[in-house]
Design a protein around this ligand. Sequence first.
Ligand code: ADP
Length: 336
Amino acid sequence: DVLSIGEILIDFVGKDTGLPLAEVKEFTRAAGGGPANVVVGVARLGGKAGFIGKVGRDAFGEHLRKVLEENGVDVRGLIEDPEANTTLVFVALNEKAVPEFIFFRRGTADTRLSPQELPLEILSSTRILHFSSVSLTVEPARSATLEAVRIAREAGSLISFDPNIRLSLWPDLESAREEVLKALSLADVVKLNESELGFLMLPDHPPETSQSYYAMGSLEALIFEAYTLLNKGPRLVAVTLGDQGVLVMTLKEKIHIPAFQVEVVDTTGAGDAFMAGMLMVLVEALKEGMGVGALEGEWLKRIGLFGNAAAALTCTRPGVMPALPRKEEVETLVGT
Ligand code: ADP
C-alpha cells in the first residue's frame, strides 16, 4: 500500500542534553531516517509497507535491514552497497532544547541510490509513494528519487511528500526553498510543520524557528500560507502544530483537529508518526475508490484524528521507531 524512498540511517542520539553536540559523551544507537520511520509506522498500523533505498555492507546496514524486516516492511527494494558505508547522524538537544545534527553522509550508501537501480515492478504497483527532501540534497539520490516519483505517478500512485527540511544539508537557503517547492509541486499530499511552512512561504522568515503562528493567534496567516501552498500543486496539505494539533486543508475545506492530551516523554518522531497515521487513512480512502481531490469533511477529520493519535502515542515513549504505535492503540485513543 505504502512505499517509501530515501534516507535510511543510524541515529546516534545524545544522552546528555543541554550541551553542544561536540561535547556530548554518550550516545544511544537507533535505526532512523524519515521515510524509513514512516513505513515502519505504517506497518505497525497494519498497512502493507515497503522501502526503497541503500545501506552499506556493514553492521549498521545489517541492523537496518533486520529492523525493517522485523517490523514487516518489504525490503526487496533495499539495496546493499558494497562500496559505501551506511549513513550516520549524530543528534542531541542543545542548551535551547533545539536538536543539533551532524550528518556523516558524504558518499554514504543512501546518497548513492541511482535511477538505474530503481525496482520498477515494486514502484509501479504501490498505492502511495512517499518521499522527503533529504534525498534531494545530493546526487545521484536526487535523480533517483525524482525518477521514482515520475514512474509511480505514471503508474497511477498517489505521491506523498514530507519536506523534512534540514537546512545544513543544502548549499544555501534559496536553493533549499526552490528545490522543496519544486518537489512539492509533484506531490498530491504534503505534511509539514509550521516553521517549514513559514520558511517556504515567507522569504524573510527565520529558518528553523520554533515560532508558532497558532500560539501568536495568527491562524489566518497560517491558513493563507497553506492556501498558497495548495495552489502550488498538492491537493491536500496537513500543517502540524505541535501540541496544538493539526490543520488539514484542501482548496475547498479546512479543519483544525486539536492534539490529544498525553504525558509527553519525547516528541522526536512525532511528525513521522503523524505521517504514518495520515497515510493509513489515505490507503483506506483509496481502497474505497475515493480520489484525494474528492476527500472532504469526515475523511479530513479522520486524517487529522489518526495522525494526531499516532503522533501523540509516539510522544509518550522514548525514541522514534520503538515508540511508533500499533493500530489498536491508535483506535483506542481515537475512540473507534
Ligand atoms: P514535527 O515534530 O515534525 O516538528 P510537530 O511538532 O508539529 O511536528 O508535531 C507533529 C504532531 O505530533 C502534531 O501535529 C501532534 O499531533 C503531535 N504532537 C506534537 N507534540 C505534541 C504534544 N506535546 N502532545 C500531543 N501531541 C503532540
